[in-house]
Design a protein around this ligand. Sequence first.
Ligand SMILES: NC(=O)c1ccc[n+]([C@@H]2O[C@H](COP(=O)([O-])OP(=O)(O)OC[C@H]3O[C@@H](n4cnc5c(N)ncnc54)[C@H](OP(=O)(O)O)[C@@H]3O)[C@@H](O)[C@H]2O)c1
Length: 267
Amino acid sequence: MQPLVFITGASSGIGQALALRYHQAGWRLALVARRAQAMHDWAQSQGLNADDYRVFAADVSDNASIIEAAEQCMASLGLPEVVIANAGISQGMDTAVRADLAVMQRVMATNVLGLAATFHPFIAPMQAQANEPDAPAFTLVGIASVAGIRGLPGHAAYCASKAAVISYCESLRGELRGHGRRKGVRVVTIAPGYVDTPLTRKNKYPMPFLMSSQAFAEKAFKAIAAGTPYRVIPWPMAIVAALLRLLPEAWLDRLLQNQPRKHRSPL
Ligand SMILES: NC(=O)c1ccc[n+]([C@@H]2O[C@H](COP(=O)([O-])OP(=O)(O)OC[C@H]3O[C@@H](n4cnc5c(N)ncnc54)[C@H](OP(=O)(O)O)[C@@H]3O)[C@@H](O)[C@H]2O)c1
């Protein structure tokens, strides 16, 4: 039986590119997002056969919805070797505007709580099977962002959500790690820089080291296969991220003081 990958946010951008990369490597695909038709259309446009993929319409910000999709996937296709919690939204906000609190709520519900809800149903079955003979290296993948390294003006909801993804995945990695001969479940955090997708096409500021979603998927596929705990893609952005992490607050404030803030995008 071909291995199976469960990918949320598979109706667009990075999720689609990852799905294509796994398909090219011979994996079966469990494609998850709210827009089921977009996933069917994409699969047909790529010439996928009915046995190659299955579409699950689900909203990751609704626990019942994403857990049901995961359970349907396990019942019909089996336990995935790799689960990629990729679904996410990016919206600018202004905390002084009351309506934007709803933006913050939605971003957190999708990017953070949705990621935990995506992993939840798979953890117990993965732990139960991890020590069977010939068990694969079960892997949970969180798609974070370089925006999670430091807080950027106007981007509070998104930056906070991606900082939470980085810390959350770090906690989970420690919790699910194997001990001695007991195999655990791997947790891989991928922090993309700028990737050309519908999400970034609306940005009104320069995007250094912008890469295609296909080039990103190639590097992410390899990092996931290797079980790399944390990877920033592309590598020049990894250097920027490492420097940003070290930058004292006063220097960061000075660096950002004349930069435009991210525009609001109300619900
Ligand atoms: N592009 C970049 O430069 C970049 C950089 C850093 C991090 N990222 C992260 O990479 C991930 C993918 O981004 P992208 O650039 O590919 O964005 P995108 O093209 O806008 O795709 C976002 C995907 O998330 C899905 N999604 C959004 N809300 C959802 C919900 N409530 N339930 C289920 N699915 C939902 C969307 O599907 P439906 O609308 O059909 O539900 C869509 O498939 C995100 O987590 C993003 O934060 C992207």
